[in-house]
Design a protein around this ligand. Structure first.
Ligand code: HEM
Length: 370
């Protein structure tokens, strides 16, 4: 079933340029005017664990804050973990399962092996939550909340995470290989990968990018053009996915040595740390996805694309003479529009085919079925 759009009420983020009370008044007025209903047909609102595990959200937030303090890149890694969970069988924590005799898990799949990080952080959170409220908080919900909290921790926006996901009892390496888009994808392949999950081209561009600064940064802004069939969303401006984190040389080598739609000095500087020869230790050399500010949710990513400085072939594909060029340019100059689309897309991505009700289970250990 296609993910349900939902409202994404937001909170201030670190670099707020307006006092919180003013932002809150705007939000309250806007919510009242719109008659928003938070939630989707399947997932519940963020107070889902208030009765059964009141410390759940605080516990996740604290653990994420500590993890990001120790290793700032971990914020990016946890965000990506949620994406790689949701695109394979839906947001069901299948990505966390180790291989068993009956199935080969997703950790060893092409897009994940030697690349996905953050499993230990999720294990620690789960261990704490099992002590506080046994078998109550799902691993899939932990991933969704940890992704949002990571973004906030890196200075990005916040949104309401819908809760009530349950955990899968199986995982699929082959679906991970087929359903996750790759770094050499062209625009059509990217659009198809997202369309297959019920996500639009706008969702695809918005989730990958970040925005230029805005006079309203740090405050709540209404979505200027809500996605079709969506309830209105209210989101802060400024954020993005490939505005943080790193990619390995093996994933950008072809681009920096062969692509022609790349800024020459950018390519030359990358060649210094990413050797042309495949198969050696250089394969794992790390390059920032956003060279301007690798560990902050800031406004550089779309500017990078306009300057032909996208690190991955799939990044530059968003601005390469194709159908999404206009959207990239629009986001580069209209922070509010981008902000609305980004938060709405995160809520939609987090709502891809969740297990709810009596489906699946609440795992005791995120790495194993009960
Ligand atoms: C549009 C299709 C996408 C493609 C082709 C893609 C591909 C990639 C690749 C190849 C890497 C580097 C992995 C490595 O070298 O080890 C990466 C990193 C990353 N991706 Fe994406 N990605 C896409 C969309 C997304 C989305 C939708 C999100 C989140 C909402 C996301 C979040 C991230 C983050 C945060 C990192 C850095 C992770 C880290 O440093 O640990 N990506 N992506």
């Amino acid at each position: 079933m296609a993910p349900q759009p939902a409202s994404a009420a937001t909170r201030k983020h670190r670099r707020s340029s307006r006092p919180l009370p003013q932002c809150l008044s705007i939000l309250v007025l806007a919510l009242a005017a719109s008659g928003i209903t938070v939630g989707s047909a399947q997932l519940s609102s963020e107070d889902y664990y208030d009765g059964s595990c009141p410390a759940a959200l605080f516990t996740i937030r604290s653990a994420v804050a500590t993890a990001v303090l120790l290793d700032r890149r971990m914020g990016a890694s946890l965000l990506r973990l949620h994406f790689h969970d949701c695109f394979v069988q839906g947001c069901d924590a299948s990505v966390l399962l180790d291989d068993t005799a009956s199935f080969t898990g997703e950790k060893g799949a092409g897009p994940n092996a030697g690349s996905l990080r953050g499993f230990d952080v999720i294990d620690n959170i789960k261990m704490l939550l099992e002590l506080l409220c046994p078998q109550t908080v799902s691993c899939a919900d932990i991933l969704a909340v940890a992704a949002r909290d990571s973004v906030v921790q890196l200075g990005g926006p916040s949104w309401t995470v819908l809760l009530g996901r349950r955990d899968a009892t199986t995982a699929s390496a082959s679906l991970a290989n087929s359903d996750l888009p790759g770094p050499t994808s062209n625009l059509n392949a990217l659009l198809n990968a997202f369309a297959n999950k019920g996500l639009s081209s706008t969702d695809m561009v918005a989730l990958s990018g970040s925005i230029r600064d805005s006079p309203t940064a740090g405050c709540f802004v209404p979505v200027s053009s809500p996605p079709s069939s969506s309830r209105a969303a209210f989101v802060p401006v400024r954020a993005g996915a490939h505005t943080v984190g790193r990619a390995q040389c093996k994933n950008c080598r072809a681009r920096i040595y062969n692509d022609t739609d790349i800024d020459a000095s950018f390519a030359a500087s990358l060649r210094g740390s990413c050797p042309a020869q495949a198969g050696g230790a250089g394969d794992a050399a790390l390059e920032p996805l956003d060279a301007s500010s690798p560990d902050d949710f800031d406004n550089a990513y779309f500017g990078n694309l306009l300057a032909r400085r996208g690190l991955l072939h799939s990044d530059q594909a968003l601005f390469d003479g194709g159908a999404t060029d206009g959207l990239v340019s629009a986001y580069a100059s209209d922070a509010d529009r981008w902000g609305g689309d980004f938060a709405a897309a995160m809520v939609r991505m987090g709502s891809i085919s969740p297990l709810t009700g009596t489906d699946g289970e609440i795992r005791v250990n995120c790495r194993r079925v009960n």
